[in-house]
Design a protein around this ligand. Structure first.
Ligand code: TPP
Ligand code: SF4
Ligand code: MG
Length: 293
């Protein structure tokens, strides 16, 4: 961990002072805090990181980093992230994609990136609802979920993106909880250090549109695996953890070492085909924007 003065400088260099506009108590605050701490702890520089998001409440993440950022279309986090990694494999590419974004409209991209083993980290703030569009049921909403799109309760079985990614050949899958920030930091650090496709699903309460899956609801149902370091390369074990009906098992559930897509396809997976200087004015623009908040 950097010493205190370094830490202050890193925080200033890496993050904008723009305060998030999420509802007070939203799970996204815990995810942002954990991602910031992971980036600082790994001593990442602003020009080494790119934060890619889709449309949704989660879409605001690039606003809080003074790094590269791309706030793109709903459901297209993964292709944008994969493309960026291909043209500049030196970047740490962090995609933040909501449960609607990743597991509904963007699901096909997710599965293909998993089987290709694109070297990107995808974090899914899974609030089990389409939050930005004011509370429709998402593919992870629990059965019976009453919403403006399902006034009599959804009759569909929720899907688990981690199970799908495991089946598709992902080399790193993990689950965290917004209310367990220290644990999330360790997951994010491991995901950022993994060479290959990493998917981290974060149980993240939407306090406004999901009154079922609250912090208290999760606290009674989570079980944290003892260590994030002793990860078995064991798909059957991962499957058993994912199939626990009484508990959400948190931790790195599966990890495997395999050549990444970029290592296999690029003649030099350490050389950038295209590089854009981090805009020196970006920080000035952010400071200017802060005056209007
Ligand atoms: C192609 C397209 N389809 C639909 C929408 C409308 N839309 C915007 S955000 C969203 C759902 C957001 O849910 P999620 O991805 O879970 O993000 P959250 O707001 O919960 O963070 C939808 C359907 C859109 N912007 N673009
Ligand atoms: S609507 Fe839900 S997900 Fe969006 S900011 Fe508010 S609490 Fe968070
Ligand atoms: Mg959502």
């Amino acid at each position: 961990m950097p010493i205190k003065s370094d830490l202050a400088k890193r925080n200033k260099d890496l993050f904008s002072r723009q305060p998030p506009t999420w509802c007070p108590g939203c799970g996204l605050y815990g995810i942002l805090e954990a991602l910031k701490r992971a980036a600082v702890s790994l001593e990442l520089e602003p020009a080494e990181i790119v934060v890619v998001t889709g449309i949704g409440c989660h879409g605001r993440f690039p606003n809080y980093f003074l790094s590269y950022g791309f706030h793109g279309l709903h459901g297209r986090v993964v292709p944008v992230a994969s493309g960026i990694k291909m043209v500049n494999p030196k970047l740490k590419v962090i995609g933040i994609s909501g449960d609607g974004d990743a597991y509904s409209i963007g699901l096909n991209h997710l599965l293909h990136a998993a089987r290709r083993n694109s070297n990107i980290l995808i974090i899914v703030p899974n609030n089990r609802v389409f939050a930005l569009t004011q509370g429709q049921a998402s593919p992870t909403s629990p059965r019976g979920f009453v919403s403006i799109s399902t006034p009599f309760g959804t009759v569909e079985t929720p899907l688990d993106g981690l199970k799908l990614a495991l089946g598709a050949g992902a080399t790193f899958i993990a689950r965290g909880f917004s209310g367990e920030v220290d644990h999330l930091v360790s997951l994010f650090k491991a995901g950022l250090s993994h060479s290959g496709f990493a998917l981290i699903d974060v149980l993240s309460p939407c306090i406004t549109y999901n009154k079922i899956n609250t912090y208290d609801w999760y606290k009674k149902r989570i079980e944290i695996l003892p260590s994030t370091e002793e990860v078995a390369n064991d798909k059957e074990q991962a499957w058993r953890w994912l199939n626990r009906e009484d508990r959400f098992v948190l931790g790195i559930l599966y990890m495997e070492v395999r050549d990444s897509f970029e290592q296999l396809i690029l003649s030099d997976s350490k050389r950038a085909i295209a590089h854009l200087e981090l805009h020196p004015e970006k920080e000035k623009v952010f400071r200017l924007m802060e005056k209007f908040i």
